[in-house]
Ligand binder design. Structure first.
Ligand SMILES: O=C(O)CC[C@@H](O)C(=O)O
Ligand SMILES: [Zn+2]
Length: 514
């Protein structure tokens, strides 16, 4: 009972808003996984490829195809030319806002013939400079492709256009007693097409798996305008190669996704969120093990943040930590169908981890406002980091037992050269977000972080981009996680599907010639 009472000490904390974080464009080239890097310098920019320049005749064609939706107003273009982190800025002079797949097809057929480059753009919330032009690429926005096409209340399969905002989709399916299988801090702005193009992970991956499993079908327009209709609504389909997988996570470099069908789980009837404090990362990992065993099928998220993250959300966002200060914090969510059963399971788990001193303190929320308040501590870390200074961001997958060692080693490696070095992320997915802040952009600091961070990751056979993609910023680091053979095959796919390279140039694939 004493344990239970401790967990009732929930205090109100402030609700989430969106984040915005300036960051640099860092590039280096690694030729092979093991060879010495052919480094081009962190700020080396790509060279403009010999695409055609947009002419008055081109504007005429687009204006006729998309009357009132061909935008050349510099004020409107300003916002679409720069990424959400304000770290990559293009100089596009045309923004196209198609409403249908057929319009996208006609745009691409024309651009392919004219050799005009295209930068597809959804909600522009990415963190690796993948959704903005680098030079004068035409911006192809999915913002007006925002219709829900069908929802099957028996199977839970939602079919919608690519420009639907994730939060709107969540609201739509929740009204029908379902939930979207993914949830992200950027849900208020990000588009489902962009989520699929980057294979976004987010907070529910532990429970519902990645988009590679929940996306059942796609409609895609290829570089030459061909429409590939793979908008299947089947859970099982082994007829040949699974073409949609090529477009999931390829960041708009192989085709433009115009519609998605996605499998939505039933809305859980009971949701609980707990914030727990641990004295060491080892204790946190042991808590995770016990949690998986004791909560089983009702566990829907297991996220962590370190004490530095907590200090930053307290300092910059005035959020309140409702529990005793600890070196590490866990956010656990359970989602099930029977509140009495779920709460009983949760409380016996909490009793066990508190009795064994794995968890030092904690609090539980069951009502919506308090659940949101606890989640905001985790979801708003990116926003707090923006206030802390210039931020270097790393999104790393590692074997679970190693994920926090990278933060500890980075602290030892950098000494007092950084303002803050923080770790947070998706424990359940083995995904660490390592962020380093400094008062201003600092070339010497960056040189100390990279390639150290990538070599460290490679040594443990991790991934240098767990869920954010490679975009412009990380494309040249691909060899730390992929073999030259794999990258060569990726380039072959690219050449086959987009021989002129007009789709999202300078993104995902490295600049080297191999
Ligand atoms: O800003 C970051 O580094 C991570 C953003 C996001 O993936 C998260 O999990 O909060
Ligand atoms: Zn994340």
């Amino acid at each position: 009972m004493a344990v239970f009472q401790r967990f009732q000490r929930l205090q109100t904390v402030q609700l989430a808003a969106r984040w915005l974080k300036p960051q640099t464009c860092n590039k280096a080239v690694h030729k092979t996984v093991t060879e010495t890097a052919d480094r081009r310098g962190h700020d080396a920019a790509p060279t403009r490829r010999p695409f055609s320049r947009v002419t008055t005749e081109d504007i005429g064609f687009f204006s006729e195809l998309l009357p009132g939706r061909t935008v050349t107003d510099p004020d409107v273009l300003e916002a679409c030319n720069v990424d959400w982190l304000k770290s990559v800025k293009g100089s596009s002079e045309v923004l196209l806002r198609p409403q249908t797949t057929e319009e996208v097809s006609r745009i691409l057929r024309y651009c392919n013939e004219r050799n005009l480059a295209i930068s597809p753009q959804g909600g522009n919330t990415g963190l690796v400079g993948g959704s903005v032009p680098v030079f004068d690429e035409i911006i192809l926005s999915t913002a007006l492709m925002n219709k829900i096409l069908a929802f099957d209340g028996l199977s839970g399969i939602l079919t919608c256009q690519a420009g639907c905002v994730l939060e709107n989709l969540s609201q739509y399916v929740e009204e029908r007693d379902f939930v979207m299988p993914l949830d992200l801090g950027a849900k208020g702005s990000c588009h489902i097409g962009g989520n699929v193009s980057t294979n976004a992970g987010g907070l529910r991956l532990l429970r519902y798996g990645s988009l590679r499993g929940t996306v059942l079908g796609l409609k895609v327009v290829l570089a030459d305008g061909r429409i590939l209709d793979c908008l299947a609504k089947l859970r099982k389909d082994n007829t040949g190669y699974d073409m949609k997988q090529l477009f999931i996570g390829s960041e708009g470099t192989l085709g433009v996704i115009t519609a998605v069908s996605i499998l939505c789980p039933r809305k859980p009837k009971s949701v609980n969120v707990a914030l727990l404090g641990c004295s060491s990362f080892q204790n946190l990992l042991e808590t995770f093990q016990i949690c998986r065993g004791m909560l089983g099928e009702i566990l829907s998220a297991f996220e962590f943040l370190d004490a530095s993250c907590m200090s930053l959300v307290e300092k910059h966002l005035k959020l309140i930590n409702p529990i005793t200060e600890s070196p590490f914090y866990i956010v656990i969510e359970t989602a099930g169908s029977n509140s009495a059963h779920d709460e009983e399971k949760l409380h016996s788990f909490l009793e066990k981890v508190m009795a064994s001193s794995l968890v030092a303190d904690g609090t539980v929320a069951t009502d919506d406002a308090k659940i949101k308040a606890l989640w905001s501590i985790r979801e708003r870390i990116t926003e707090a980091l923006r206030h802390d200074g210039y931020t270097y961001k790393y999104d790393i997958s590692l074997p679970l037992e190693k994920i926090y060692d990278l933060v500890t080693d980075m602290r030892a490696h950098l000494g007092n050269r950084a303002r803050n070095i923080v770790g947070y992320g998706h424990v359940g997915d083995g995904n660490l977000h390592l962020n380093v802040t400094s008062p201003a952009k600092d070339a010497a600091l960056l040189a100390a972080i990279e390639p150290y961070v990538y070599e460290w990751t490679q040594k443990w056979r991790g991934s240098v981009s767990a869920e954010h993609g490679l975009g412009l910023k990380k494309r040249n680091y691909i060899y730390y996680s992929k073999s030259p053979e794999a990258v060569r095959l990726m380039k072959d796919f690219k050449t086959m599907l987009d021989p002129k390279g007009i789709l999202n140039p300078y993104k995902t694939l490295p600049d080297d010639g191999c």
